[in-house]
Design a protein. Sequence first.
Length: 118
Amino acid sequence: MHIIWQLHDDIIRENFQRDFLKFTARSLLQFLRMNSDLLAESLKVKAADRHYQVWERNSLRIDLYTEKVFLQKMNYIHNNPVTSKWRFVDLPENYRFSSAKFYETWIDDFFLLTHYRG
């Protein structure tokens, strides 16, 4: 999963990221267990501090200080589902879980996107 987010006011990045990862991991595991999905079993780990590992440890974080760097990362995210490694779709805007459609059509199916220019 690739996400570009902007934090406002006094929100501390480390706290936000920790809480986001914790909430989404618990939600995904709960969903998988409710649906008896075998994927939950594949997420089991033998670690001192957890029974399951949903997200990569020490996820990569890149600060986007300039518009050029931001656009480079956003284009990478939008084009990733089209690459030969994945080939999920033929066009970036056809990938359901991408903001590419929003930037092409201004349609926000999830009601949470904001154009990076405001």
